[in-house]
Design a protein. Sequence first.
Length: 398
Amino acid sequence: MTPESKDWLRGHRRVEEALLDDPSRLIAADQSGMLRALASAGAQVRESAALAAEANLASIADEGRPRAVVVAGVGTAARTCDVLETVAGPRCPVPVLAHRSAGIPGWVGAADAVIAVSASGRSPEALAAAEAAARRGSRLVAIGPPDSELQSLAERARAPFVPVPRRAPARASLWALTVPVLLAARTLGLVRIAEADFAETAARLDEDAERCRPAAESFVNPAKALALDLANSIPVVWGSSPLATVAARRVGDMLSANARYPVVAGSLVEAGRGRVGLLDGVYGGLAESARDIFADPGNEPEPTRLRVVLLRDGGLPDEAATGEPSIVEERRADSVVELAARRGVRCGVIQAEGASPLERLASLIAVPDFASVYLALAHGLDPTAVPAVDEMKDFTRR
């Protein structure tokens, strides 16, 4: 490696830690206001609950419980289905399916319900799904910005439409889009979720936003501390339970989109069948064994290493009544912590908190959401400007 290439690598790997503890510079660097958008998560829960209450969702329950529910959308809109599945849990009386491509499955008909979700209101996948659902006589609920193509389509189909204010980028609207999906599912008899659950979730999101605010210094700000911990690493984010796995995939989405970090994210159950072998790889234990402890740290850039973030969710008492699943999940999580330690791979744990599945999910998502933005800003990146995404959209329009 030439001296010039070393300098280039150091420059592009550099994280400006001082920026994170300078609130005025930090806010100035966040020109698109992504931190402010994330801080609105609690308000999004309250606002969307109120908007859904005005949308006449009761009309979709006239024919009783559907045979199946399809949630149509891509990106953050598709994540709302993951949240619905985990909140509904294994006792959900009907199948809930995420559909991420245009149209809807061929078997969907009048006995089924379709929830079309789009943060922009013009997603081809959501529009095609809504149109197909209306044509086949399926019950339809549409969720998106007011005065959008999706709203027009819903009005033509005489279907309920929940007008969610437009936010850019779409990933900043997770909670605004999720709450109407949950309320539609509750109307259909799929989930039991009380108004207090939404209120407690909103309060949790407000509390975490306060803890992660730009003015809070790194040693008391969990999001800034996590961002610095992840800097120049390959994050591996595993969830110990189905709920924690949904959170892990959201964390992966945000780190990739905001900070442009490659992330391995998923279920600890799946990891135990193969991906846990990453701990033995060239970015895991092998990197530690190859390190020259006598080398001058100024001569070479620090090697890229894995950084494990383990999201743990012990569940609620009634969910753990049988004992066995939660015990196995806890043992599996403990094992990963131990295996990582033996290989010199750093492993951090975020523990779910809260009285309901929705609040526990929020407790696992909020801090990493902020951390992804702080990490982007520390690298000098605008978390909302992703040229490759824009270019790919241009290519696909040709």
